[in-house]
Design a protein around this ligand. Sequence first.
Ligand code: IPM
Ligand code: MN
Length: 356
Amino acid sequence: MKYKIAVLAGDGIGPEIVAQARKVTDAIVAKFGHELEYTEALVGAVAIDEVGNPYPDETHELCMNSDAVLFGAIGHPRFDNDPSAKVRPEQGLLAMRKKLGLYANLRPVNTFKSLIHKSPLKTELVDGADFMCIRELTGGIYFGRPQGRTEDGQTAYDTCVYSADEIERIVRLGFEYAGKRRKKLTIVDKANVLATSRLWREVSQRIEPEFPDIEVEYMFVDNAAMQLITWPKRFDVMVTENMFGDILTDEASVISGSMGMLPSASIGVHTSVFEPIHGSYPQAAGKNIANPCATVLSAAMMFEYAFGLMKEGALIREAVDKSLEAGVVTEDIADGKKAYSTSEVGDWLENYIQNA
Ligand code: IPM
Ligand code: MN
């Protein structure tokens, strides 16, 4: 079978890490007899520089006509330090999410035996932690309007908006995922303060009786932030709104030991996007030192979620596990031992798959 993949490498370390994921996906399709057609397109700061738009129309067209999108990272420090910039790379990512209807961002969190000691948390707390964060991705305060400033510029406002329909589709997904896993769903909100959160609870409680075999708990986000690092093993599937999910998943990355290990899948209406949860890491751009594993594992999710090819995804995961065991790792997880370069890790993974 032939699959069309849009490759949006983006900014910073994006091109380097995506190049390693492509080595891996090429090795997989060669082994299993599939075919991939890659088409590259611009997104982020590079797209602003070249065409003045962080998510150009041509890029959107390509994504709409692709079976999956492999995404690197976006962001550039020159925009971060300039609050007056009218066009920002992040707008490209947000426009892509909205226009492709990517309402569900799946961020699996688990540990890797050979990295357990890298977590700042105690081994007995994190060993065996394995849960799925489902972050709503096209609503909430990221997209609510009005957003802006008063005329005198001295007051600014953002608006958090959720409709019952938006809540229902993501919460249903949470129930369905919990059904396929350990049957426990944690719904995270701030219903003691926010009207949108109270609607989340109302809608969730309405759906609850349809899933009698799922154990449901409702948790305030501040409590969830604490429980994530004091008792991560209690979670199975967590579902939450856009900004809470953004913050909690960065926090959850410390469980794995490195941000460089966490992949994600954004699924929705038109196509799906696979990207690492980390950013563009500008300090490392062009240095061939960034950890490619999160992007490689995102490619594993692509085979599984977009194409339904489970063995292919499993072999990529196995290759990553073996590379960690073999100590073929980048500096973020090298622990004072020899650090391999981004491309050396990619070569090792490619070679492992070719010889598997
Ligand atoms: C993420 C990122 C983005 C977000 C930024 C780059 C807009 O932090 O994917 O988690 O906040 O969603
Ligand atoms: Mn984030």
